[in-house]
Design a binder for this molecule. Structure first.
Ligand code: 9MR
Length: 338
C-alpha cells in the first residue's frame, strides 16, 4: 500500500511539474509541428536576448553571419567562430538551425569579384558548398542554397553565377549540396514570390516544377514576406501559391517575415491593427497549410531592424518595440498558437 501511495505521489508531482512549465510561442509551435523562430545577429550572445530567443524560437537563422562576406572574408580564411557559438547555444536549448545563404548576388567577399570564368565559378561554388556542409553536417536542418535568383518580371537575375554559368548554376548547386549532406533540406529563397499570379512568383513556381520533374534535388522554397501595411495583402493568393507547391511535393518556409509601417502611421491604431492582422493571418496559413514548415521573423526588435535603413520613412516592422517591450502582435501570435 505504501508503495502504491508513493508511486501515486510521484505521478502527481510529475504532472504538476509538467503543467507548471511555462508555455511559450516556441513550445506551442513545437506541439503543433511548426518551426518558428527569428533571424539573429550578435544578440544571440547576450543573455537577455537569449531568454527572448528561447521563448520565441525552435529554429534560428543567421541574419548575416553565414553570408559569404562574413563567413569567408578572404579566399583562405573561414570565420566559423560566430556560427559555431550560435549553434552551440541552439543545440543546448533544443533549437534547430537554418543556413542563410550559400549563394547570393549581395554580401560577397571582394575576392569573389575576381572570378571571371565559368570554370572558376563552378570551382568556387563546389568548394563553398563542400566546405560549409562538411563543417556543419548534422547541425543544419534547412539550407537556403541560393537566395533571390529572379527579377520582378520573372526573368533570371543577372547575378555573377547566372552570367558565368547560366541557368544551370541552380541545379548544379542543389545537386552538389545533396551529395554533401543527403539529410539536409535544400531550399531556394526569394522575395515577392508569395502570390499566385505575380510574374516573379509564377516564374519561380514553373522553374521549381521543372527542377522537380527533371529529378534535381530540391525540397522547398522560401517566401521572405517582407510586407508593408500600405501595400495590398492577399492571403488567398498566398494560400493558393502554397497549395500549388504542395501539389508538386515542395515545402515552404515563411522565411523572413516582417511587416513595416509608414512612419506617419506609427501611432495610428488602425494601421497597428492591420500589422497584427497580417502577422496572424500569415501564421494561420502556416498552421493550416501542411507543406508550410516554418514561420521565421527577420529579427525581433524594431531597435535593430534592417527596414528603416533600406526603406526610408518606414519602420516598426517587428514584434518587439524600440524599448524591447513585446507589442500586442506578439501576444496575438501566442494566442493564434493555442
Ligand atoms: O537584414 C540583413 C541586413 O542586416 C544586411 O545589411 C542586408 C545586406 O543586404 O541583408 C539583410 O538581409 C536580407 C536577407 O539576407 C535576404 N533578404 C532580404 C533581407 C533584407 O534586406
Amino acid at each position: 500500500m505504501k508503495k502504491i501511495l508513493l508511486a501515486l505521489s510521484v505521478l502527481v508531482l510529475a504532472f504538476a511539474l509538467t503543467s507548471c512549465e511555462k508555455e511559450t510561442i516556441a513550445s506551442r509551435a513545437s506541439k503543433k509541428g511548426l518551426d518558428i523562430g527569428t533571424a539573429f545577429g550578435s544578440d544571440i550572445f547576450n543573455p537577455e536576448d537569449q531568454e527572448r530567443i528561447k521563448e520565441f524560437s525552435n529554429i534560428l537563422v543567421a541574419e548575416n553571419f553565414m553570408k559569404c562576406a562574413n563567413l569567408r572574408p578572404n579566399a583562405k580564411f573561414w570565420n566559423w567562430s560566430d556560427i559555431d557559438h550560435a549553434i552551440e547555444f541552439a543545440q543546448a536549448n533544443n533549437i534547430q538551425m537554418k543556413f542563410h545563404t550559400m549563394f547570393w548576388h549581395q554580401q560577397n567577399s571582394s575576392f569573389v569579384s575576381n572570378i571571371s570564368t565559368k570554370e572558376d565559378a563552378l570551382a568556387f561554388m563546389d568548394d563553398h558548398i563542400k566546405t560549409i556542409m562538411e563543417h556543419l553536417k548534422g547541425k543544419i536542418k534547412v539550407y537556403d542554397v541560393v537566395n533571390e535568383m529572379f527579377e520582378e518580371d520573372g526573368s533570371f537575375r543577372q547575378s555573377k553565377w547566372y552570367n558565368l554559368i547560366g541557368e544551370e548554376y541552380l541545379a548544379h548547386a542543389l545537386t552538389v549540396a545533396r551529395s554533401c549532406d543527403p539529410d539536409a533540406k535544400l531550399y531556394l529563397n526569394e522575395y515577392n514570390n508569395e502570390c499566385v499570379g505575380y510574374p516573379k512568383a509564377d516564374a519561380m513556381f514553373n522553374f521549381v516544377k521543372k527542377l522537380k520533374e527533371s529529378g534535381v534535388p530540391i525540397d522547398g522554397i522560401g517566401m521572405q514576406l517582407h510586407l508593408s501595411t500600405d501595400l495590398p495583402f492577399n492571403p488567398d493568393a498566398i494560400r493558393a501559391n502554397c497549395r500549388r507547391y504542395a501539389d508538386i511535393g515542395i515545402e515552404i518556409s515563411f522565411s523572413e517575415v516582417d511587416v513595416r509601417l509608414p512612419a506617419s502611421k506609427f501611432n495610428d491604431e488602425a494601421e497597428v491593427k492591420k500589422q497584427e492582422e497580417i502577422y496572424t493571418t500569415l501564421l494561420d496559413i502556416a498552421l493550416t497549410e501542411p507543406n508550410v514548415k516554418s514561420f521565421i521573423v527577420w529579427g525581433m526588435y524594431d531597435r535593430t531592424n534592417w527596414v528603416p535603413a533600406t526603406f526610408g520613412g518606414y519602420g516598426n516592422a517587428c514584434i518587439y518595440d524600440m524599448e524591447y517591450n513585446k507589442k500586442p502582435v506578439y501576444n496575438a501570435l501566442f494566442e493564434k498558437l493555442k
